[in-house]
Design a protein around this ligand. Structure first.
Ligand SMILES: *Cc1c(COP(=O)(O)O)cnc(C)c1O
Length: 354
């Protein structure tokens, strides 16, 4: 039986996507060849890349607005430095909302002055900082829109005159947003889009080409744009599988449709966390993430019983990140509402038995 997969990443993908991706490894669309044994310059793959890049922009409502979508490698972790290398001339601002922002700040400091404008470190990253001052004239302002580890998510974005850069690794394509407020968005594929191995970058081209340093070709967004994301051999399987997920999302009704489903899942789980006296949420209520719900048992002695119960119910991947402990239920796009129902039933069963 297929498990209810709450894993934080790599994580659940739609079953139809997995089946089609698996079949393509044996034979791509009746071509007599495997997806992974054809040239990336073949008409078949060039079309896959083109479709994927266009569909990204279409889903985000960014087609024809000066943006480019790139499928790169190196994970979101490489973007931490690529962003700074391509955009940081004098001074950039970062909001520190947890482990991933911390890492982004560390890499950016190799290239210029980085102002940590606000941090929720003091509260154990339980909340999203608000009401801080953003100086004028920054090269860019960087945010991590969803904090995968601590379970917080920006519900509103700060006003700034600087280009807005966002690490959206764990909430990309999950909610309705005015994506045109962002000038550069990046995300490792493996949370909401596809398998590990490719990183999506969506960038407004007019913010590029303004730094004075020399940028190595592989790290230069402008090079990747001019080569239509085919400067070198792209990770063909990861790109194709991402395309299949994006098509699945489009056929479902796009971001507006998944936003509603994700909101239902989050409401169902957070209501149980709030009503069941055996559980308490980790993140501040107003900043809770719809993607990663973090919570704890109020009676630690029930840990073993709870673990036995959720494992027996076919649930996978519920343990919190090693740095936080407790539990983390990741409810990415492909996780059905039904799986959240199963988890909520286990939680209320525990209350009845305890
Ligand atoms: C998972 C994650 C990363 C790291 O991504 P890699 O692709 O493994 O480098 C970075 N930022 C956020 C918000 C994440 O959730």
């Amino acid at each position: 039986m297929k498990k209810h997969n709450f894993s934080a990443g790599p994580c659940i993908l739609p079953e139809v996507v997995l089946k089609k991706a698996a079949a393509s490894v044996v034979e791509l669309d009746g071509s007599g060849l495997s997806l992974i044994e054809i040239s990336h310059r073949s008409a078949a793959f060039v079309e896959i890349m083109e479709k994927a890049r266009n569909l990204v922009l279409e889903l985000m409502g960014l087609s024809g607005k000066g943006y480019e979508a790139l499928f790169l490698q190196g994970g979101a972790s490489l973007e931490f430095l690529m962003v700074a290398m391509n955009l940081l001339e004098k001074r950039a601002g970062y909001v520190n909302t947890g482990t991933w922002s911390d890492k982004a700040i560390k890499e950016a400091r190799l290239f210029g002055e980085v102002l940590e404008l606000a941090s929720s470190k003091e509260t154990g990253f339980k909340n999203i900082p608000k009401g801080y001052n953003i100086p004028k004239g920054l090269d860019y302002l960087h945010l991590t829109t969803n904090n995968t580890i601590f379970g917080t998510q920006f519900q509103a974005f700060p006003e700034t005159d600087a280009p807005l850069v966002a690490d959206m690794s764990s909430d990309i394509f999950s909610r309705k947003l005015d994506y045109s407020r962002f000038d550069l968005i990046y995300a490792g594929a493996q949370k909401n889009m596809g398998p590990a191995g490719t990183t999506l970058v969506v960038v407004k081209s007019d913010i590029l080409g303004k730094v004075s340093r020399k940028i190595p070709s592989m790290l230069d967004y402008q090079v990747h744009i001019s080569k239509e994301s085919m400067f070198n051999t792209p990770p063909v399987f990861a790109v194709y599988t991402s395309l299949l997920t994006l098509e699945w999302l489009r056929d479902l009704g796009g971001i507006a449709a998944i936003d509603e489903i994700n909101a239902k899942k989050a409401k169902l789980l957070y209501s149980e966390i709030d009503l069941n006296p055996l559980f308490e949420g980790y993140a501040a209520k107003e900043d809770r993430s719809a993607m990663n719900a973090t919570f704890n048992l109020t009676e630690p002695k029930l840990k073993e019983t709870f673990e036995k119960m959720w494992k027996e119910a076919g649930i996978n991947g519920l343990n919190g990140h090693r740095s936080v402990g407790g539990y983390r239920a990741s409810m990415y796009n492909a996780l059905p509402l039904e799986s959240v129902g199963v988890l909520v039933d286990v939680m209320s069963d525990l209350e009845r038995k305890a």
